[in-house]
Design a protein around this ligand. Sequence first.
Ligand code: ADP
Ligand code: MG
Length: 228
Amino acid sequence: MIRLTEINKTYPGAVPLHVLKGINLHVERGELVSIMGASGSGKSTLLNILGILDNYDSGEYLLDGTLIKDLSENKGAEYRNRMIGFVFQSFNLINYKNAVENVALPLFYQGVSRRKRNMLAMEQLEKMGLADRAHHLPGELSGGQKQRVAIARAMITNPSIILADEPTGALDSSTSRDVMALFRQLNRQEGKTIVIVTHDPGVGRQCDRVIRISDGLIIPDESIKTDN
Ligand code: ADP
Ligand code: MG
């Protein structure tokens, strides 16, 4: 589903920063994986490349067999909207829109009628156990509820892949477990391929596989074993 070969990325500047130094990574369809590594190791950069939010300098990114490289903004947006849902640490909900409007928003950009998108958004919220919160603003929801609304928004376009950047970073440990249970459910029951960037070893343990990144390189599994 996701195949990266020798991906390099440098942020230009007075002192250019070589952040990804030859990333090789393969995630199969239907996997639930986490990416762990120290702050500044390049996790978000990597996730942004996976999500076609950012470009890379050299190497190859195949997404479901399609080469993702130097795409026009339109092509990039088309693949992204068709394939990928995003979840962020800080939820990124729109504060003056209620839960159902937030969830429905990606469908607005796809030109779906208001009636249809609100109906589909309501269905997603019901699946997330949030039907009774549908008409509340984000400010009236708990952290865990906000993140479930954000996950519903990520799911509304029926993407094959969900990319989450520190999705439990702003949540307490019991709420984190609830959010992870939801990711596991979407993975097991709906077959979503899910990649979760995290600092939290507890989150890593709830995934099928932990990919470790250090200083812009993936640490091979072997060396993880010898370290233990
Ligand atoms: P992580 O998510 O693992 O903490 P990031 O991928 O966010 O790491 O960042 C890796 C390095 O790249 C950091 O040193 C960060 O300061 C730098 N960086 C991130 N984004 C940019 C950017 N847009 N321009 C310049 N440097 C950046
Ligand atoms: Mg980050």
